[in-house]
Design a protein. Structure first.
Length: 184
């Protein structure tokens, strides 16, 4: 069976089931439940699979520097905002839990990449900033990390990358706007 785009495996919606691992799963579900629309599975499954594969690769430049992606995200948040942030602000900037940020900040402080200082008005509040070593590390890693990410996307043309970025941006904005409504 050929879909509307010439790819094998078109289903009831007329869209082709692609020859990737998610496509195989979708074909199996269509055989078991041909009456169900598997379209959402094709999108969410592929987004999840791409995320898993990218995480498995562990961001080679970061790994060489001894950093995890979440640690780099914290350092990057401090670098791109250009000012001190509280752990709570870092949690919001990096979509992390407070406990995870606290753990990462401890490790980054021990490595001399960030410094914490107490608030003069409220002893419960800490302010975090990059050290010179942290700033140099981020600035040195960013070009290599962007080159690594470009290589990961090199199978897509510039127009396809732009289209994908736009579609994912639309989806993300929609999900961020309805996040509370999606939880059950």
């Amino acid at each position: 069976m050929t879909g509307t785009n010439g790819r094998p495996g078109a289903g009831a919606s007329g869209e082709a089931v692609r020859a990737d691992t998610v496509g195989a799963v979708v074909r199996q579900w269509r055989a078991v439940h041909p009456d169900l629309d598997t379209g959402p599975m094709e999108i969410i499954g592929r987004v999840n699979r791409c995320a898993a594969l990218l995480q498995q690769a562990e961001d080679a430049p970061l790994r060489r520097a001894g950093l995890s992606r979440p640690e780099f995200d914290l350092l990057g948040a401090l670098r791109r905002t250009g000012h001190e942030l509280t752990p709570g602000e870092l949690a919001r900037e990096t979509f992390s839990s407070g406990a995870a940020v606290t753990k990462r900040l401890k490790q980054l402080t021990e490595r001399g990449l960030v410094e914490r200082r107490g608030d003069s008005r409220d002893r419960r509040v800490a302010h975090v900033r990059l050290t010179d070593a942290g700033r140099e590390l981020v600035d040195g890693l960013l070009p290599d990390q962007l080159a690594y990410e470009s290589a990961a996307l090199s199978g897509l043309g510039t127009a396809e990358q732009g289209e994908l970025a736009g579609l994912l941006g639309d989806l993300l904005a929609q999900l961020e706007g309805r996040l509370g409504g999606l939880r059950t």
